[in-house]
Write a protein that binds this ligand. Structure first.
Ligand code: PLP
Length: 374
């Protein structure tokens, strides 16, 4: 790391592509029935998309720009093969889509999610060739990032929406949900799969038999600390529930974002100032919450900093480089008190919702990205 910082300067964002491949392989190994659609929003770096593409991943996109990142990789295929690939490996998982977006998507005949009546009318008008997936509202209890207040059909209305789409001449291919990002409450997945199984049954009972897809969404937790139980444990719960309730002819997909990329990056920053304020040691570094550490604000994620240098430690505040008082990375990390300007700090597991939400605020550009093990 020090060597890379020496070569490339700081702030630096080191992305390890072997770790991406390992995470993808781990996901496939423990959830053999589930096809993984990497949720590009977690980190849209084109090199990540390429590495996961080469590893065999499918993709969850939520904007045309994200769609283009994937399309770039298959644009040289003959058109019929492109369409097959998109149908099998891409889902446009933003339940609310602008009319212009739907018009553009229509020619690719993608899967798109929806969760309300208005959207059915929009899809009918602008993207009648899309395949529909109904997003259900499910419990997000205990997730780090809650999504259920913004998206998801009320389960009591689910079958009515499916039948309405059918009456409008659209095809509902299946159901999806998102249990909330960084879900450590594994019960959320169990309950959501139970609910989906119930809706499959109710739809069938009311004469709709075309659904053949279950999308169990994202939310798979990254191992930020020891309190996060191993992925194998979550997978065991999910597999048992799928085995028990979802017939084998139903295709199962998932949209892991954070799980694929969180552990694949480390940020390295440089101390650019040091002060004692109200008796507390404060360090100022050249990366902050408007940049790589933006997840502190947008993702509600707490990152920890560590030093390369040894020394007696004390509890410190670490600030980012901007003039805004919001730009605080930590007020509780224990760091050596003998660090000086020019010394480096690092923070691991920072691959998800970090660079993705970084800005140029106050004239400080986002960290330089270096790719290792490409
Ligand atoms: C953000 C998002 C994801 C990825 O969620 P993670 O918690 O990062 O796995 C997946 N699907 C949808 C629809 C999303 O909005």
């Amino acid at each position: 790391m020090l060597q890379l910082a020496e070569t490339h300067g700081t702030p630096l964002f080191i992305l390890d592509h072997q770790e991406l491949r390992n995470n993808y392989a781990l996901f496939c190994k423990h959830l053999p029935r589930v096809q993984a659609y990497y949720a590009i929003k977690a980190n849209p770096d084109p090199a990540i998309v390429k590495t996961l593409f080469e590893a065999g991943a499918s993709f969850d996109v939520s904007s045309m720009a994200e769609f283009q990142l994937v399309y770039e990789l298959i644009k040289d295929l003959p058109e019929d093969q492109q369409l097959d690939w998109i149908w099998n490996k891409v889902i446009y998982a933003n339940p609310i889509k602008a009319p212009e977006t739907l018009s553009e998507l229509n020619k690719y005949q993608t899967l798109v999610t929806f969760d309300n009546r208005e959207e059915i009318q929009k899809i009918k008008k602008y993207a009648p060739d899309a395949g529909l997936v109904l997003r259900l509202r499910v419990s997000n209890a205990g997730a780090m990032v809650e999504l259920s207040s913004k998206f998801g059909a009320d389960p009591a209305e689910a079958v009515d929406l499916i039948l309405e789409a059918d009456r409008e001449g659209l095809t509902v291919e299946g159901l999806s949900f998102h249990v909330g990002s960084q879900t450590t409450n594994f019960e959320n997945y169990v309950k959501a799969i139970d609910l989906a199984a119930l809706i499959f049954m109710q739809a069938r009972a009311r004469g709709y038999t075309k659904m053949n897809l279950l999308d169990i969404g994202g939310g798979f937790p990254a191992p930020y600390d020891e309190s996060v139980k191993p992925f194998s444990e979550l997978a065991k719960r999910i597999n048992a529930e799928l085995e028990r309730l979802i017939p084998s002819e139903i295709q199962i997909i998932a949209e892991p974002g954070r799980f694929m990329v969180a552990t694949a990056a480390t940020a390295v920053s440089k101390i650019i100032g040091k002060a004692v304020r109200h008796g507390k040691l404060c360090y100022y570094i050249n990366d902050g919450v408007y940049h790589t550490f933006s997840g502190i604000i947008f993702d509600h994620c707490q990152y920890h900093l560590a030093a390369f240098k040894q020394g007696p430690t004390e509890i410190c505040t670490v600030f980012g480089p901007t003039c805004d008082g919001l730009d605080v990375i930590t007020m509780t990390d224990e760091l050596p008190s003998n660090l000086e300007c020019g010394d480096l700090l690092y923070s691991g597991n920072i691959g998800a919702y970090s660079g993705a939400t970084a800005t140029y605020f106050n004239g400080f550009p986002p960290a330089k990205i270096v790719h290792v093990n490409l």
